[in-house]
Design a protein around this ligand. Structure first.
Ligand code: ADP
Ligand code: MG
Length: 275
């Protein structure tokens, strides 16, 4: 980035990771020779065709799935060895329908240490202020008493981002969180996400198949191929922040998305020919 010092301490690192499912006879290699480093405070986007293993990388980093071979490091130690606060948001907002928006957003504070221990003490009042501030930052001021069914898809996804951030995660993992929204709502959410990142500076790993979204939000884009999944290209994204939708219509931005698309298509064609 032109206006900020680039983060350089690795928070997450995948080194020569291979992941296969199935038995020895019917083995399916999902990821192979996968290398990825995410520095503290950075915003990395992972893009690639459906089924290439993007969500699988999130599962490896969160320790839900173990690599068949290779190394997954979190804070320089094998994944699982050191606790790390993670926030997640998905394409489906997954809010609990019987809770208000405020209580949904507050949920991680009830579960995640050290907040859990403080939840029933005087800090509860601080927590409420913290929720209200976050709701206000994403444009949901005054909506805390509502239930999920009373909100639009875009509003639900804003609330879901709040829930992912309320416990100050060291790593925020976003799995196509804007994928189900219409174009205008999605662009609004990009700006909100950028504002959240610029003010709170969590380390972010965003999975998307939308190159424009990746270019708008990320400091670095990692492009994946499929079958087996692997990162085949990386690009630093230097557009000045805050970026706006107008940024996405500049010739530099169009060239970027065009190049990335070409990289994906070239690998796909090479894979087809080899098959
Ligand atoms: P993406 O998120 O890029 O669309 P995924 O990471 O979800 O892709 O999946 C990558 C591949 O791994 C897909 O072909 C999927 O069918 C396969 N896959 C995912 N989970 C499992 C599993 N538990 N067992 C077998 N195959 C799986
Ligand atoms: Mg996925």
């Amino acid at each position: 980035m032109s206006d900020t010092i680039r983060p350089s301490t690795p928070l997450v690192s995948l080194q020569n990771v291979m992941l296969a499912y199935g038995t020895a006879q019917q083995r399916q290699v999902i990821l192979d020779e996968t290398d990825l480093t995410i520095n503290q405070g950075d915003f990395v986007a992972l893009v690639g065709p459906s089924g290439c293993g993007k969500s699988t990388i999130l599962k490896l980093v969160s320790g839900l799935v173990r690599a068949t071979s290779g190394v997954v490091l979190v804070k320089n130690r094998e994944v699982g060895a050191t606790p790390i606060r993670i926030g997640m948001a998905f394409q489906n907002p997954t809010l609990l329908p019987w809770l208000t928006i405020r209580d949904n957003v507050m949920m991680p504070l009830k579960i995640v240490p050290p907040f859990r221990q403080q939840f029933k003490t005087e800090r509860h009042r601080d927590f409420r202020h913290r929720v209200e501030a976050l709701l206000a930052q994403v444009g949901l001021a005054g909506q805390g008493d509502k239930h999920p069914w009373q909100l639009s898809g875009g509003m639900l996804q804003r609330a879901s981002l709040c829930r992912a951030l309320i416990h100050e995660p060291e790593l925020l993992m976003l799995d196509e969180p804007f994928g189900a929204l219409d174009q205008f709502t999605r662009e609004e959410l990009w700006s909100i996400m950028q504002d959240l990142w610029m003010t709170r500076r969590p380390t972010v790993l965003l999975v998307t198949h939308d190159l424009k979204e990746a270019g708008f939000l990320a400091n670095r884009i990692c492009v994946m191929r499929a079958k087996p999944g692997r990162i085949v290209a990386e690009r630093d994204i230097d557009f000045q922040r805050p970026r706006s939708v107008e940024t996405t219509f500049t010739p530099e931005f169009t060239t970027l998305t065009h190049d990335l698309r070409a990289a994906i298509v070239a690998v796909r064609n090479a894979t087809k020919e080899a098959a």
